[in-house]
Write a protein that binds this ligand. Sequence first.
Ligand code: KIV
Ligand code: ZN
Length: 386
Amino acid sequence: MIHDPNKVYIFDTTLRDGEQVPGCQLDTNQKIEIAKSLEFLGVDVIEAGFPVSSPGDFNSVIELSKAVKDPIICALTRANKNDIDVAADALRFAKRPRIHTGIGASDMHIKTKFNSTREDILERGVEAVRYAKKYVEDVEFYAEDAGRADIEFLAKMVEAVIAAGATVVNIPDTNGYCLPDQYGSKILYLKENVKNIHKAIISVHCHNDLGLATANSIAGLQNGARQVECTVNGIGERAGNTSMEEVVMILKTHKSLNLHTNINTQGFYNISRHVSEQMNMLVQPNKAIVGGNAFSHSSGIHQDGFLKNRENYEIIKPEDVGFPSAAIVLTARSGRHALKHHLDRLGHTLDKDNLDIVYKQFLVLADSKQGIDDHDLNQLVALNLV
Ligand code: KIV
Ligand code: ZN
């Protein structure tokens, strides 16, 4: 396959890594609805589940494979034959199936999780890829805890699994441990030292334990990775995964990166709320891109600058991510300019003296309550005009 060198593939794992969050479990119908929204959004790969983990997950992968036609449908396995047999079975209706298999790559995982050796683990990884290749052409390999793995061993492992047929190599920072320059350097090292690396796509899969998932993913892309694994709203194990809307909007905003995706960004707000409702996971108000306050301006200095020219305080247009609209929120920190903006909107055109009077009373009221609404403004005008 010929790849556009500047295209970043979006691999969504909301329904697998995201759904692992306690309380976020979905039934098959809910998963199908989300998968259809992801397809509409334009994601390239949907990780539909971990079929061996439960009959429900197995069934969901089957039904999703039937319901979705454009994106690749991916199923997760550990590096053993039974997991791979079950995943292949669950993917039997997928138009474009992918098996995602792998094993721990750090010495920590090799010794204390598998009680094994580097040689044995590498062999198991290679065997798993070879076995998965019997079922599907598209096999992604994950080197779990790659963020803490010895880089020379990681490179050896990546080279061996590509030789065995892996089409995508996933380098997860499973514990969200790396700094962006460390993670970026890891990807660059693989790019420069794995001799068959051109035969596979490098994928980044970052967790957010230190709040660096998005920064690390971007560092990986800047150093040669071309697939990013992410979730809607950044949900996922512990502190979550890389947030899809953040990565995509960074690539869109920073044209100098010269990278693009296939995502219709105007769908972000809707899918964010849909996932939040279905999974009972509130979106924090200050969440980048889709949080309730992401496009609200409340301090007088910002409001004045925004009303003179939106771009003083807006690097993304709300409509570009499907956000209802920017908001000038009236609080005790607001200035005359913002008050006038809302009074004009309500049809009250005040001269300077009256605006000063109403503004004084507005501050008194705003100090005493959380938010000022249209009813409050109408009252202020009615009671204070001279
Ligand atoms: O975080 C991780 O390492 C994973 C793998 C299973 C891909 O989710
Ligand atoms: Zn993960």
